[in-house]
Design a binder for this molecule. Structure first.
Ligand code: MG
Length: 283
């Protein structure tokens, strides 16, 4: 027990064998002793003469009469008592830091587990993804507008508005992620109001709808497919235009260009298409 390692006055206590303790008694080294009785044994704490040193030993109850007799013969003062309830207090006091540490660790583990679960539930509940696709035929003599930028080319998309496939697919991806329908729902091509309209207006309106529903745009990834001209050199300006319309940083807009390897209408230069994936989160 822990109390055996500390004497009553907090002096270090040396644990000695029964035979060594008997020798100390016979040599009259023991000045006083405290004997604590337990069920089948007794613990003896003894103060040695001429020093502040304590020794401690444990004996069987049957050896108690002999020990007390020898102590008396050696002139040692004897106090006998039942094992103290205070021993348990001392044990608890000694063990308190360990108990507190273990308890704190268990508490932390439980909190971390709970937080991880909550984070997973939250992430699953708030992240939303939408997909958008658009294709327009190309005709000679029309302006080629992609991502809000007019590119020098002899063909452009045929459409009710400016025919910006990237903006239209992006609009559909955003509306889809928010569960707000599609571009046709909000800007029907039967409405003359939208004839020849700048598609950046569609994106600005979609952003307004997202704001009303407390959605934030986390990321946009897009692929524009056309045979020519090359789109890559124009991406910086397109990203700026799209980011401005959506009031987000350009780092949230990612664009890629593909050709169709000469296959089908796009490959023959008769059409342009775009695929967009948008990720939103709830605020
Ligand atoms: Mg369209």
């Amino acid at each position: 027990m822990l109390w055996k390692l500390v004497s009553a006055n907090k002096s270090p206590t040396e644990v000695v064998s029964y035979s060594d303790f008997l020798q100390m008694i016979d040599d009259k080294e023991v000045l006083s002793s405290n004997i604590y009785l337990e069920a089948n044994s007794a613990n003896i704490h003894a103060l040695l003469r001429g020093s502040r040193k304590y020794v401690q030993t444990t004996i069987a109850t049957s050896e108690l009469p002999e020990i007390t007799a020898r102590l008396k013969d050696g002139g040692a003062k004897i106090e006998i008592s039942e094992a103290k309830n205070g021993d348990w207090t001392l044990i608890l006091l000694n063990a308190a830091p360990l108990i507190l540490l273990v308890g704190f660790c268990l508490f932390l583990m439980r909190q971390m587990k709970g937080n991880a679960k909550r984070a997973l539930v939250l992430r699953a509940a708030t992240a939303r993804t939408g997909i958008g696709y658009d294709l327009h035929r190309l005709e000679e003599g029309r302006p080629l507008i992609v991502g809000g930028i007019e590119l020098p080319f002899d063909k452009g998309p045929v459409g009710h508005s400016d025919g910006d496939v990237l903006a239209h697919a992006l609009c559909d991806a955003l509306l889809g992620a928010a569960g707000l329908g599609d571009i046709g729902t909000h800007f029907p091509d039967t409405d003359p109001k939208w004839k020849g309209a700048n598609s950046m207006l569609f994106l600005e309106h979609a952003k307004k709808l997202l704001d009303e529903k407390q959605f934030a745009i986390e990321h946009v990834d897009a692929v524009v497919i056309m045979e020519k001209p090359k789109l890559g050199p124009h991406f910086p300006k397109m990203r700026e235009a799209l980011a401005k319309a959506l009031s987000v940083g350009v780092e949230k807009i990612h664009l890629k260009a593909k050709t169709n390897e000469g296959v089908d209408a796009i490959g023959r230069g008769e059409a342009i298409a775009a695929h967009v994936v948008a990720t939103l989160t709830s605020r």
